[in-house]
Design a binder for this molecule. Structure first.
Ligand SMILES: *Cc1c(COP(=O)(O)O)cnc(C)c1O
Length: 230
């Protein structure tokens, strides 16, 4: 199947899981994850109605985004950074991305805030929370979350919009459910304390339906749209 057929199938699955959970499908944004994907497929996805594109590496995204803008100047898309960010690449990241999903330390938040001030930009960000013990995963721990939220809230050039998580990979997506539920609970606790955190970025090709049932507002989907990565 081609990209646009895959997209139709993914959209139908998003809609039916939203309806099943008693939610409005329009409250769920699809982030099409284009890491390792070539420009022709990306263009096809955008022509088929995709409006948000996600990349996980600043360097790879830089050329892709400028080529994309050169080829498609009439369709407006947002680019999101979904992979981890090093502070020394913050300046480039700010020039490329509308939303950064992966803020996971006070020093990174400070770096982004500083660069955003220089660029006279208010950078939209999510905080990435690590809910599993896996060594390879990025993100703040649950105990670090509240202090980071408090810090980011006071940064004039950051616009904090919500939380993001990547659970461990499970063959059976039901096993990811407790992680999604935990992120939503952490969000709800923060909202009780006065934070405004509308976005929950959670769910990938293998588990996005469960994530939607647990409150995801952004699902990050690559393989189910573009096929297996090479
Ligand atoms: C690659 C990636 C995705 C998409 O994964 P698929 O399983 O291909 O849908 C989502 N989120 C992040 C952070 C990723 O790096």
């Amino acid at each position: 199947m081609g990209v646009s057929e895959n997209l139709t199938a993914v959209r139908e699955r998003i809609n039916s899981s939203a309806v099943k959970a008693g939610r409005n499908p329009e409250d769920i944004k699809l982030v099409a994850v284009t890491k390792t994907v070539g420009l022709p497929e990306i263009v096809e996805a955008v022509k088929a109605g995709v409006t948000i594109l996600g990349e996980n590496k600043v360097k790879e995204a830089r050329d892709k985004i400028s080529n994309f803008k050169f080829q498609i100047s009439n369709l407006k898309v947002e680019w999101h950074l979904i992979g981890s960010l090093q502070t020394n690449k913050a300046k480039t990241a700010l020039q490329l991305f509308d939303l950064i999903h992966s803020v996971d330390s006070i020093s990174l938040a400070e770096g982004i805030n500083r660069q955003a001030q220089k660029l006279d930009k208010r950078q939209r960000v999510l905080i990435e929370v690590k809910l599993s013990e896996e060594e390879t995963k990025q993100g703040v721990s649950e105990v670090e979350l509240m202090p980071l939220l408090e810090t980011v809230k006071d940064m004039d050039h950051l616009k904090l919009e919500g939380l993001m998580t990547i659970p461990p990979y499970f063959e059976d997506p039901e096993k990811a459910r407790p992680y999604f539920r935990r992120l939503r609970d952490l969000r709800d606790e923060a909202v009780q304390k006065g934070f405004d955190l509308p976005e929950l970025s959670m769910g990938m090709s293998n588990d996005f339906e469960v994530a939607i049932e647990e409150g995801a507002t952004m699902v990050r989907i690559g393989t189910a749209i573009f096929g297996e990565r090479k």
